[in-house]
Design a binder for this molecule. Structure first.
Ligand code: SF4
Length: 164
């Protein structure tokens, strides 16, 4: 898996101060995408041991609420295995921290092929330029949903996340 960046103390991509992993690779090609440079799955740099160490060192800080996987698309087929492994490792080491994941796929597509057990919040759907609203919290366009994954799995329907 390749990635473009690791950002820290991020307040825009999930609840609380978060470390964000910006993965490389996206096939959605949304019109108006703010990060088209992340579309190439071979772009950026290889996610190696040093990058993983950097993520977990930041998560070790008490004030960090959790990790957010963004991109690109963390659920690009090329990224899934690594991202899900990382999500599982975060939950094993920091059960009280949260895992957020942004994807251009819809929830209904995701749950058919991805084990989301280690994800707390999944923000789904492509960016739709006509539905862009800069006043929206955590999403770029109003079609995107901020989904409480564990409640959705329990209730077998989409349950939207309620901010703590
Ligand atoms: S899913 Fe996200 S990264 Fe991919 S093209 Fe759409 S807005 Fe850009």
């Amino acid at each position: 898996m390749n990635y473009h960046n690791i950002t820290k103390d991020d307040m825009l991509n999930g609840e609380g101060l978060r470390v964000v992993l910006w993965t490389a690779g996206c096939t959605h090609c949304c019109e108006g995408c703010q990060n088209p440079e992340t579309w190439d799955v071979a772009g950026g740099i290889e996610f190696d041991e040093a990058a993983e160490k950097e993520l977990f060192e930041d998560l070790n800080n008490d004030y960090v609420a959790g990790i957010t996987f963004s991109g690109g698309d963390p659920l690009h087929p090329f990224n899934r295995e690594t991202v899900l492994r990382l999500a599982n490792k975060v939950k094993q080491q920091y059960p009280n921290k949260t895992v957020w994941l942004y994807t251009g796929y819809l929830w209904e597509e995701v749950i058919k092929s991805v084990d989301v057990k280690d994800i707390d919040v999944l923000v789904d759907g492509e960016f739709v330029k006509e539905l862009n609203d800069n006043n929206l919290h955590w999403i770029g366009s109003s079609n995107q949903r901020i989904i409480d994954v564990q409640k959705s799995l329990q209730e077998q329907k989409v349950v939207l996340y309620e901010s703590k």
